[in-house]
Design a protein around this ligand. Structure first.
Ligand code: COA
Ligand code: AMP
Length: 634
């Protein structure tokens, strides 16, 4: 069957507003829009201006009204505890209404921010939807971030209320959340008034009198009282959530997501991009703390009337490399979305696919990979083992949905390994040189998107229009800068090669090397430092730190390295995965003082490199090569 992609993309190009108006018919609006796209609103314009809606209504209530009350909405499967729990749409609504009532009693109102700092338990999803119901703005903070990262987000989002849990579960270790939460609240300048805490049986915690409330107690009270909270109408352009993502400094960027455009884009993507029908079971094996979790664990599948799977565990070791196949078989999953790292981990433990052969995967149709570059080797291995399409797709926290992919819902296009395929409707993707000129096909350059961005993409950064403009729009006027470098080939296929900023991608987790450098510089023995991302077979990239020690330091370096690694775990969190620090005498710099990180990375990755013409002292690169060799690197 030939793909409808080219016709659909051309339809969008001919009449973008007509295209999105048609897609918007799949959403229930309390009031229709005055202007489909208001180019004078916001920083670069806003979608569905004047419309009123509620995301929770569209994700939950309307399915209860229109015949899906008894269909499973959410399946919680914890490979960590062996728990499996299914919530129908009617049950999901009960949970969300009761929690919305609790939050309302705690003072949460439309427009208020609520931070959700939780492990992968159903209450995290209920909390997101309860905020949406009240028109409050949630900000989910990934559980692998430490207290200081949480504190930074508290100070930026200024929530009165935080929803959290007593602990998270990592293989071989229980992560006590409460000390991190208390530490963050203590550290933050903004005062958090109330916390609602889920007590997990694996590790309870003390509640602070007058501030903390017990989730289960509060919910039971509201349920007994038969509490009802209607969905609060919000403007389509009002924020649904803020999701902080790494920027070029330790100060994360608060990506804002609106209500209306977000619903339209996600609902459209489920059928047309992912090829999923309402009623089917969709599983994104990510974490609610990341954008993939927001879009494809919670909002898109629920908006589409699917059953979504919330999985607590890892692709390997919980208990083995067969876990994903067990979940797919047991819950009739038709499509799995995960990061390539997960597949590299599975392949390492089960190279011949023996676990795969043990499971009935007859309902399973498609594997989607995103979050980092999918290496052709991994894709080919997955294709061979599964004998099904493996779809690489490229997007960012900022866009909330795929920018490019093989549009399996519209009909699959030929696969080119190493390419996340073609741009999706809404995205006019171009490659420009540093001066802003379009480059010929096949030439590497800055990947940009012509403005306006489509519905669902970030309209701005939280309370930071100017930072938004300067970060994304200023460098290439009329375009959004993705900060990815790539190529468009003669068939219009995209190849995303690397970031153009200091962001690295570790196991599908987006991290700022600049943020890590700020932590390294805090260590009293460190005079200067640099952090780069080096290639890693399993995690795609790993951070590697370089430090120049203060002249007077006489302690053993091993000890200092351990302290620095620990400092990064404490400040940023274990997810930063910084394990190695190399001590060097000097940092290589240009004559104007810029650290030559790209050259250091090439040396560490044993790639060909040229002596930069602007280098201050070429000998330093030799010193670095020797220092790396001494550590078994480079
Ligand atoms: N709470 C607390 N700690 C967490 C955490 C969380 N939610 N998530 C990860 N961590 C910790 C891990 O325990 C680990 O700690 P350690 O250094 O003490 O071992 C550290 O952060 C690094 O975690 P991770 O990068 O996930 O590595 P891992 O070795 O635990 O697991 C994989 C390796 C491949 C199994 C894992 O990286 C994986 O599943 N990757 C898929 C990534 C993904 O889903 N990305 C989302 C984008 S789609
Ligand atoms: P995040 O905001 O965490 O989703 O990370 C976005 C970044 O991850 C992008 O800017 C890319 O650098 C990288 N990325 C995501 N998906 C892909 C992909 N399919 N191929 C290559 N890089 C990707």
């Amino acid at each position: 069957m030939s793909s409808r992609y080219f016709d659909v993309y051309a339809e969008w190009q001919r009449d973008p507003e007509g295209f999105w108006a048609k897609a918007a018919a799949d959403i229930d609006w309390f009031k229709s829009w005055d202007k489909l796209f208001d180019e004078n609103a916001g920083v670069y314009g806003q979608w569905f201006a004047g419309a009123q809606c509620n995301t929770c209504y569209n994700a939950v209530d309307r399915h209860v009204v229109y015949g899906r009350a008894d269909q499973p909405a959410l399946i919680y499967d914890s490979a960590m505890t062996g728990t499996k729990q299914t919530y129908t749409y009617a049950e999901l609504k009960q949970e969300v209404v009761a929690l919305a009532s609790v939050l309302k009693n705690m003072g949460v109102r439309k427009g208020d921010r609520v931070i959700i700092y939780m492990p992968m338990i159903p209450q995290a999803v209920f909390a997101m939807l309860a905020c949406a119901r009240l028109g409050a703005i949630h900000s989910v903070v990934f559980g692998g971030f430490a207290a200081r990262e949480l504190a930074t987000r508290i100070d930026d989002a200024k929530p009165d209320v935080i929803v959290s849990a007593s602990c998270g579960l990592e293989p071989g270790r229980v992560v006590a959340y409460k000390p991190l939460l208390d530490g963050a609240i203590e550290m933050a300048h903004h005062e958090v008034k109330r916390c609602l805490i889920v007590q997990r049986p694996q590790l309870g915690c003390e509640l602070i009198e007058g501030r903390d409330l017990d989730y289960a107690d509060q919910l039971a009270r509201e349920r007994a009282a038969g509490a009802n909270v209607d969905c609060v109408p919000v403007a389509a352009t009002d924020p649904l959530y803020i999701l902080y993502t790494s920027g070029t400094t330790g100060q994360p960027k608060g990506v804002v997501r609106d209500n209306g455009g977000h619903m339209v884009m996600l609902k459209w993507s489920m059928q047309n991009e992912f090829g999923i029908s309402p009623g089917e079971v969709f599983w994104a094996a990510s974490d609610v703390g990341w954008v993939v979790g927001h879009s494809y664990i919670v909002y898109a599948p629920l908006l589409h009337g699917c059953t979504t799977v919330l999985f607590e565990g890892k692709p390997v070791g919980t208990p083995d490399a067969g876990t994903f196949w067990r979940v797919i078989e047991e819950h009739d999953v038709v499509a799995l979305f995960t990061a390539p790292t997960a597949f590299r981990a599975i392949r390492k433990d089960d190279p011949d696919g023996e676990f795969i052969a043990r499971h009935d995967l007859s309902r399973f149709r498609t594997l989607f990979l995103a979050g980092e570059r999918a290496d052709p080797d991994t894709i080919k291995w997955a294709e061979r083992q599964l004998d099904r399409p493996v779809i690489d797709h490229w997007w960012q926290t900022e866009t909330g949905a795929p920018i490019s992919q093989n549009p399996i819902g519209l009909g699959q296009l030929p696969v080119k390994y190493g390419s996340p395929c073609v741009p999706m409707p809404g995205f006019d993707v171009q490659v420009l040189d540093d001066a802003g000129h379009e480059v010929p096909n096949g030439t590497l350059g800055n990947v940009v998107i012509k403005l306006p961005l489509p519905p669902g993409c970030l309209p701005t950064l939280w309370n930071a229009d100017e930072r938004f403009y300067n970060t994304y729009l200023a460098e290439f006027p009329g375009y959004y800068k993705t900060a990815d470098a790539g190529i468009i080939d003669e068939d219009g296929y995209l190849f995303i090669m690397a970031r153009t900023d200091d962001i690295i991608n570790v196991a599908g987790h987006r991290l700022s090397t600049g943020g890590m450098e700020e932590v390294l510089a805090e260590h009293p023995d460190v005079a200067e430092c640099a952090v780069i991302g080096i290639a890693d077979d399993m995690k795609g990239q790993l951070p590697l730190g370089f430090v120049v020690l203060n002249g007077k330091v006489a302690r053993e370096f091993e000890l200092i390295e351990r302290e620095i690694v620990q400092l990064v775990r404490e400040r940023i969190g274990p997810v930063a995965a910084l394990k190695t620090i190399v001590s060097i005498k000097r940092l290589p710099k240009t004559r104007s003082g810029k650290i030559l990180r790209a050259t250091m990375q090439k040396i560490a990755d044993r790639e060909d490199w040229k002596m930069p013409a602007t280098i201050d002292d070429p000998i330093i690169l030799e010193e670095i090569t020797i220092a790396l060799k001494e550590r078994g690197l480079g």
